[in-house]
Design a protein around this ligand. Structure first.
Ligand SMILES: [Zn+2]
Ligand SMILES: [Zn+2]
Length: 333
C-alpha cells in the first residue's frame, strides 16, 4: 500500500511538472507570437508612414533647399522665419478664425460646441482687445529676444541649418521628446506660479479668464511667459540640437495646441480642451499638458469625478458634448 501511494504521488508530481512545462511552453509560444505580430504591425505602421513621407519627402527636401538658397543661407533670417514668423502666422491664423466665432457667435455650429454654456456669448470686446495686445507684446518683447541666445546655442550645438532635412522617423522621435520635456517643465513651473505669493503677483493675470478663449493661451505676465510658456517649448529643441524646420513645426504645433486647450469649444476631430478649461474653472486641478504628472501627483482627482472628465474621455462625438453630458443634469434644456 505504502509503495503504491509513493508511486502514485510520484506519478502525480511528474504529471504536474509536465503540466507546468506545457503551460510554460504555451505561454512562451503565445508571448513569442504576440511579440512577432506586434513587431510586424509596428514595422508596418512605420513603413506605411515612412512611405507616405518618402513620397512627399522629396518635395519637402526640394522646397527647403529652394528656400535656403533664396535666403542665401542667411542663418539669422532663416532662424527668425522658423522660430518667430511661421509659428506666429500659425497662431494668429488659427486664433483669427476662433475670434470671429467668439465675437460674432457665428458660425452657430461652432458656438454650439462651447464647453461653459452661456459664457463669452459673445465675448467682451474690450477684454478681448486687451488679451490680443498682451499676447502681441509677449511675442514681440519676450519671445523674440529669447530667440537670440537660442540662436547662438543652436549654432554651436545643433544641426539647425543643415541643408539636409531630418528623416521622418527622427522627427517623430524628437516630437515625443519635446512633448515630454514640455509636460515636465510646464507642470512644475505652473505649480510654482500657483504658490500664493507668485499667484498674486504673476499668475493671477492669466486666470482672469475663468472661461478662456484661444488667444488667452499667451495672455500672461512677462515672467510667466518666460517661465511657463516659452522655456518649456524651447528646451526640447535646445537639448536635441534640432533642425530649424523641426523647430518651426514644433513651435507652430505647440502654439496651435495651447490655443485649442484654451479655446472653450470642444470640437469634433480636435483634441479635447476639457482638461485645461477645467483648470481655469477650478484653479487647483489639471496643471499639466498631457495629464500624466497630474495623475501621478493626484492633482486631477476632482476632475476625474466631473462631467468635464466624462466629456474629455469621449474620443469622437459629432454632436455637442455639453448637450449630451451637461454640467448639471437638465441644464441643456
Ligand atoms: Zn491657461
Ligand atoms: Zn494656472
Amino acid at each position: 500500500m505504502k509503495r503504491d501511494t509513493g508511486y502514485s504521488t510520484m506519478a502525480e508530481q511528474q504529471k504536474q511538472e509536465e503540466k507546468l512545462w506545457d503551460a510554460m511552453k504555451i505561454t512562451a509560444r503565445v508571448l513569442g507570437t504576440g511579440l512577432l505580430v506586434f513587431t510586424a504591425l509596428a514595422n508596418f505602421g512605420f513603413w506605411y508612414l515612412q512611405s507616405i513621407w518618402d513620397a512627399s519627402g522629396h518635395f519637402w527636401q526640394t522646397t527647403w533647399l529652394k528656400l535656403y538658397y533664396l535666403l542665401e543661407g542667411e542663418e539669422w533670417t532663416i532662424f527668425f522665419l522658423g522660430t518667430a514668423l511661421v509659428p506666429a502666422l500659425a497662431f494668429w491664423g488659427f486664433n483669427g478664425i476662433l475670434m470671429v466665432a467668439d465675437v460674432t457667435g457665428k458660425p452657430t455650429f461652432i458656438t454650439r460646441y462651447r464647453i461653459q454654456l452661456g459664457k463669452n456669448n459673445p465675448v467682451d470686446t474690450k477684454k478681448l482687445l486687451q488679451a490680443v495686445y498682451t499676447a502681441l507684446c509677449n511675442q514681440f518683447f519676450i519671445s523674440l529676444p529669447m530667440f537670440v541666445p537660442m540662436f547662438y546655442l543652436m549654432k554651436w550645438w545643433g544641426n539647425t541649418f543643415s541643408k539636409e532635412l531630418p528623416t521622418f522617423r527622427w522627427f517623430l522621435v524628437e516630437l515625443s521628446i519635446f512633448t515630454l520635456v514640455e509636460e515636465i517643465l510646464f507642470y512644475y513651473t505652473h505649480r510654482l506660479v500657483h504658490l500664493p505669493l507668485l499667484y498674486k503677483h504673476i499668475h493671477k493675470k492669466h486666470h482672469e479668464w475663468t472661461a478662456p478663449i484661444g488667444v488667452v493661451s499667451i495672455y500672461a505676465h512677462p515672467v510667466e511667459h518666460i517661465l511657463s510658456n516659452t522655456l518649456p517649448v524651447m528646451t526640447g529643441p535646445m537639448i536635441m540640437g534640432s533642425h530649424i524646420v523641426s523647430i518651426a513645426a514644433w513651435f507652430s504645433l505647440a502654439l496651435v495646441t495651447t490655443s485649442i486647450s484654451h479655446c472653450g469649444y470642444h470640437l469634433p476631430f480636435l483634441p479635447s480642451p476639457e482638461f485645461h478649461d477645467f483648470h481655469h474653472l477650478k484653479f487647483n486641478q489639471c496643471y499639466g499638458v498631457l495629464g500624466v504628472l497630474d495623475y501621478l501627483h493626484g492633482t486631477d482627482r476632482v476632475f476625474r469625478q466631473s462631467k468635464a472628465y466624462q466629456r474629455h474621455r469621449v474620443l469622437l462625438s459629432l454632436t455637442p458634448l455639453s448637450e449630451s453630458i451637461p454640467e448639471v443634469p437638465g441644464r441643456a434644456e
